[in-house]
Design a protein around this ligand. Structure first.
Ligand code: 2AL
Length: 173
């Protein structure tokens, strides 16, 4: 899909196509549509990211809370979004054994209890054994740093999703 096609989309089509660039936050795509035309993928992406950066902390935490846990209940129940399902299975999180699942579930719960939002990591850039390791490491980070790190992961996920849609180069991660 080229950028001219993106710029020609009406509101409904744009939100249908880009509504899950940021997980379960179609409001962001709705706001970004108003800022067209976009010059290229980088420009489009910048509008998504500027929106996130411009939110107050409560809004940024809200975005994180829209993310399903990695290897969590929604994966077991089959209720993930298509994008999330692809990312989590690509990282091998659909084939954990019972011990690995239990360990991740405990760590996810500890993380959520400490920070008040779920642990977020761009699963496509991680392998399965790195996920609990990274979770255990980030569990001990100061909350302000962790908010920044988690939003950085949201942006990596968004960049990869946009590149999937537009056929761009996600190399700058
Ligand atoms: C996710 C998700 O759904 N896809 C991904 O890359 N990361 N969730 C999460 N909590 O990190």
């Amino acid at each position: 899909m080229d950028i001219n096609k993106v710029n020609s989309m009406d509101f409904g089509e744009f939100v249908d196509v880009f509504g899950n660039v940021i997980e379960r936050c179609p409001l962001i795509a709705a706001a970004v549509w108003s800022q067209r035309p976009f010059s290229d993928l980088d420009d489009l992406e910048k509008h998504f990211f500027d929106f996130i950066d411009g939110l107050p902390q409560a809004g940024q935490e809200g975005i994180l809370r829209c993310h399903p846990d990695l290897a969590g209940r929604e994966l077991q129940q089959g209720t993930l979004t298509a994008e999330s399902q692809r990312e989590q299975s690509g990282a091998g999180l659909t084939s954990l054994d019972a011990d690995e699942r239990r360990r991740l579930s405990e760590l996810n719960a500890q993380y959520r209890a400490r920070f008040g939002f779920p642990f977020v990591l761009a699963a496509r850039l991680s392998e399965r054994s790195a996920v609990p390791r990274e979770l255990a490491r980030r569990l001990h980070c100061p909350p302000a740093d962790e908010l920044r790190t988690a939003l950085g992961e949201v942006k990596k996920i968004g960049r990869l999703r946009l590149a999937d849609l537009l056929g761009g180069d996600p190399a700058k991660l």
